[in-house]
Design a protein around this ligand. Structure first.
Ligand code: SF4
Length: 344
C-alpha cells in the first residue's frame, strides 16, 4: 500500500537542490510516490532532471499533449498519468503505450467526476446513471483502449469530491476489474474537512481490501497529506484484519500522543506538537511520543510512552514510561528533547 502526494507548485529548474531535499523529507515521512503536473516540454525536462537526483518514484501527470508524455518517458520516471481519451487520436495513444511498454513504465488512467465524457454526463442528468456508475463506465472505456493495444501495466484512479461516489465507484470497479486502484476523495477541502472526508472513504474501501495506492487530497501541505495517509493506513490496519493483511504491516513508525490541553496546562502542547510533528513523522523508529499539558496528569496518562514531555511554567520535564528522566528549563526543552529522541 503506497501513500502518494502531489507537488503543489510549478516545476521550476531554479531550485532543484531544494526540491530534492524536500522530496527526501517527504520520503522519510512515508511518501512512496510523488506526482507532478507536467504542462509542457520544459516542465518534462525539469522533472527528468529531478528524477535523476532522488530515489522517490516520481509520476508525470500529463493532459492533452502526447509529446509531453513521450518526453517524460525519456527520463527515469516511475509512472505516467494520462487519459487516453484526451491526448489525441489512437495513433498518439499507441505511441505513448509502446514507449511506456518498451521502458517498463506503468500508466495511471485518471477519470474525474468533474470531467466525464459528455454522453455519460448527459445520462447522469437524464437519471439513467448514477455518478459512480458513470465514473466506472468512463474508466472501463479507457481500459478498453489499453486492452486494444495489449497494454496491461496500468492502474485506475476514479476521483470524485463526494465520499459516497468515491466509495460506490471504487466498489463497483473493484468487482469488475483486476487493475490496481488508486483511491482517495479529490478536492476534499481544507485540512480538517479533507482529512475527515478521506478517512471516511478510505477506511470503508481499505476495510474491504480495495485500493493499492492512496492520496489524501487537501488544500494544505504535502507533508500533511502524507501524515494523514499514514494515520489512515495505520487505523485501517488496526480496525480491519483484511486491510492489515493487505498492507503487510501493522502500525509502523512514530505514534504521537498529545493531550488537547485544558485549564490545568503548564506546557504549550499545541505549539510543541506543531513544531515537532514533521520531524517526528520522519523518524525511522517504532516508538510512542507523548506531549502532555500538565505535570499532574501528563506522565501518568502517558505511561506507555517511550518518551514524553510536559511542564509547568519554566520547568519542563522529560519522562519515559511515566518516570521523569530530566528536568530542564523551557529554553532547554527542544534541545534536551532532541537528545533523548536520539537515544531511543
Ligand atoms: S494532560 Fe493536563 S493539561 Fe492536558 S488535558 Fe489532561 S489535565 Fe489538561
Amino acid at each position: 500500500m503506497v501513500i502518494q502526494t502531489m507537488w503543489k507548485d510549478r516545476l521550476c529548474a531554479a531550485d532543484l537542490e531544494g526540491c530534492a531535499e524536500r522530496i527526501g523529507r517527504l520520503q522519510a515521512m512515508g511518501c512512496g510516490l510523488l506526482r507532478f503536473a507536467v504542462p509542457d516540454l520544459a516542465a518534462a525536462d525539469v522533472l527528468g532532471a529531478l528524477a535523476a537526483m532522488v530515489s522517490m518514484p516520481l509520476v508525470a501527470d500529463i493532459h492533452f499533449d502526447y509529446k509531453i508524455a513521450l518526453r517524460c518517458l525519456d527520463y527515469p520516471i516511475a509512472k505516467i498519468r494520462i487519459n487516453p481519451g484526451n491526448i489525441g487520436g489512437r495513433d498518439r495513444v499507441e505511441k505513448v503505450l509502446s514507449a511506456s511498454a518498451a521502458k517498463g513504465i506503468p500508466i495511471r488512467i485518471g477519470v474525474n467526476a468533474g470531467s466525464l465524457p459528455r454522453d455519460l454526463a448527459a445520462r447522469i442528468d437524464a437519471g439513467e446513471l448514477t455518478r459512480a456508475e458513470a465514473l466506472v463506465l468512463a474508466a472501463e472505456r479507457e481500459l478498453a483502449i489499453f486492452r486494444d493495444f495489449d497494454f496491461t501495466d496500468c492502474l485506475v484512479s476514479m476521483k470524485a469530491s463526494s465520499v459516497a461516489d468515491t466509495i460506490r465507484a471504487n466498489r463497483l470497479l473493484a468487482e469488475r476489474t483486476d487493475s490496481p486502484l488508486h483511491i482517495g476523495v479529490t478536492e476534499a477541502g481544507p485540512l480538517i474537512a479533507g482529512v475527515v472526508r478521506n478517512t471516511a472513504a478510505l477506511l470503508a474501501l481499505l476495510g474491504e481490501g480495495i485500493g493499492d495506492t492512496i492520496r489524501v487530497s487537501l488544500s494544505d501541505t504535502m507533508e500533511n497529506e502524507v501524515i494523514a495517509g499514514r494515520e489512515i493506513l495505520n487505523t485501517a490496519a488496526e480496525t480491519s484484519e483484511r486491510a492489515k493483511k493487505r498492507q503487510g504491516v501493522g502500525k509502523g513508525g512514530v505514534t504521537i500522543v498529545s493531550c488537547p490541553r485544558c485549564g490545568r496546562n503548564g506546557f504549550d502542547t499545541h505549539g510543541f506538537t506543531s513544531r515537532w510533528q514533521d520531524t517526528l513523522y520522519a523518524l525511522d523508529k517504532d516508538v510512542t511520543i507523548a506531549i502532555m499539558g500538565c505535570v499532574v496528569n501528563g506522565p501518568g496518562e502517558a505511561k506507555h510512552a517511550d518518551l514524553g514531555i510536559t511542564g509547568s511554567g519554566n520547568k519542563v520535564l522529560l519522562f519515559r514510561h511515566g518516570e521523569v528522566i530530566r528536568t530542564i528549563t523551557a529554553a532547554e526543552a527542544d534541545g534536551a528533547f532532541r537528545e533523548e529522541l536520539e537515544k531511543l
